[in-house]
Ligand binder design. Structure first.
Ligand SMILES: Nc1ncnc2c1ncn2[C@@H]1O[C@H](COP(=O)(O)OP(=O)(O)OP(=O)(O)O)[C@@H](O)[C@H]1O
Ligand SMILES: [Mg+2]
Length: 473
């Protein structure tokens, strides 16, 4: 249980909350207690000061020492008894009790408190202390001629202690209840906020290669878990696309492999049906089988190259060479194919262009473009290869005078196994491929940090452009 984020969040929350609660509770509690005792002390101090003023007044201004003290005693019993009913008061001078007044419950200042007051320092500021459930305040009143008086006022602190006990009880009871409620609330909150995680993990758990179209539900697209769910969904979409590509690749590949095998098989079967055939018939059958095997070999080689390209297993072997020479050489090789299709293959005047790249891969790329240009041109057509410098790039342009690529097929021609005009492609016999040429050519251009694009295509011809960076020189 402690391993779940929910429980850990709750524990952290409760721990932090408890510390804050206990510390702030302690501070509030001590201040409340202090203020209760301060209130008690100020009541006692007030009583002491009023009595001191009264005593001073009686002695100094009216009667003289003995009559003044007597007059004060009667004021103490009458007026002061009414003014300070809850305080017991004793006035001393050099150990002699000048006067005293009990509190409303007729308790007087205890002898122990009187003793204690004698030990207090000689100062006019009142001193406060507690003793046997009472709170005392003692005040010195020095009169120049008549000597020094000590006024002790005291009050039971039972009431204050009771209030403090009630407060303490409230805290001792309130804190655990608050902590318990916060734990419940924290657990509920953590459970509620982490609920989408459970949903996400259950959904992701239920996704296999067969239901990659399922998506994680997004409860709130703006919070962190919503973003996580969206990230999962994007990942699922990418996985779905690549699974779909793989599936299509497998289906197309098996189709492409099956066709030549079944043509060769049929040719063999038909030939072997009769016990004896003429040499010409055998030769014809073998030619068909040879053609299909060649086609099969090409398709398998192209698929193998693409599979290795996908896994990054084709290393680039760069070397320095002149790109213009490579184009002239490749055009020469393509001329043989051009003659077969009655298509002219030309090169234009090219500038000397040193480059550093994988020569054999670049040759393969240019050959793929020339092969297409020748194959998809009508007899009497013309294929031209040009080399241009454009800023940081070499542009290799292959132009033909074929019938072009239909607009709706143009975005798809770089897809694996895609052929815009299947009938025509297949009809070209053994020279027709599987629709892998442009995928390989584009991959070669990208391997060299360049790009291959269809520049233009219309009913009068097509232009492909391969751009390669000059900087690799
Ligand atoms: N120069 C072109 N003119 C007209 N159509 C073209 C041209 N180049 C490519 N295409 C179209 O694009 C499709 C894909 O070309 P790609 O080179 O990938 O395959 P392919 O030539 O059919 O087979 P492969 O190259 O594997 O022998 C072709 O089938 C063809 O329809
Ligand atoms: Mg091709």
């Amino acid at each position: 249980m402690i391993n779940s984020i929910r429980a850990r969040l709750t524990l952290w929350y409760v721990a932090v909350f408890s510390v804050i609660l206990v510390v702030s509770g302690f501070v509030v509690f001590s201040q409340l207690v202090e203020s209760r005792f301060q209130r008690l002390d100020s009541r006692l101090e007030l009583a002491g000061r009023v009595l001191a003023a009264s005593l001073k007044h009686e002695i100094e201004e009216h009667e003289g020492k003995a009559p003044g003290e007597a007059s004060f005693r009667s004021v103490l019993i009458t007026i002061h008894q009414l003014t300070f009913p809850d305080q017991a008061v004793t006035i001393l001078q050099a150990g002699r009790v000048v006067g005293q007044k009990p509190d409303s419950e007729t308790r007087t200042v205890s002898p122990a408190a009187i003793e204690q007051s004698a030990r207090l320092p000689l100062q006019s500021n009142p001193a406060h202390w507690s003793e046997s459930g009472w709170r005392y305040s003692a005040l010195r009143l020095p009169l120049p001629v008549h000597g020094q008086y000590t006024i002790i006022s005291g009050e039971s602190q039972l009431e204050t202690e009771r209030e403090v006990a009630t407060l303490r009880q409230a805290f001792l009871l309130g804190v655990p209840i608050a902590v318990f409620l916060s734990a419940l609330g924290g657990y509920w909150l953590a459970r509620k906020s982490l609920a989408p995680v459970v949903v996400i993990s259950q959904t992701v758990e239920s996704i296999t290669s067969r239901n990659l179209d399922r998506r994680v539900p997004i409860l709130n697209p703006d919070d962190e878990l919503g973003l996580l769910a969206q990230t999962f969904n994007r990942l699922l979409a990418r996985l779905g696309t690549s699974f779909e590509q793989q599936r299509r690749f497998m289906a197309d590949a098996s189709h492409e492999l099956r066709t030549p095998v079944s043509v060769a098989h049929t040719a063999t079967e038909v030939t072997l049906e009769k016990p004896a055939r003429t040499e010409g018939e055998y030769r014809e059958a073998l030619q068909i089988i040879d053609g299909q095997l060649r086609r099969l070999k090409r398709v398998v080689e192209d698929m193998f190259l693409l599979a290795r390209a996908d896994s990054g297993a084709v290393p680039l072997r760069p070397s320095k060479f002149y790109l213009d020479e490579l184009l002239v050489d490749t055009a020469r090789a393509a001329r043989v194919l051009g003659e077969k299709f009655s298509v002219n293959v030309d090169t234009t005047q090219m500038q000397e262009s040193l480059c550093c790249a994988d020569e054999s891969l670049l040759k393969q790329m240019v050959m793929i473009l020339l092969d297409n240009a020748v194959k998809y041109s009508a007899p009497g057509g013309r294929v031209t290869i040009m080399l241009q410098h454009r800023g940081e790039y070499y542009d290799i342009l292959v132009t033909d005078t074929g019938t072009g690529i239909p607009a709706d097929a143009q975005p798809l021609i770089f897809d694996r196994f895609y052929r815009a005009d299947t009938a025509r492609s297949r009809a070209s016999g053994t020279s027709s491929g599987a629709g892998l040429g442009l995928s390989i050519a584009r991959w070669i251009a990208e391997m060299h940090h360049g790009e291959l694009r269809l520049e233009s295509s219309s009913s009068t011809g097509t232009v492909f452009c391969a751009s390669l960076p000059v900087s690799s020189r």
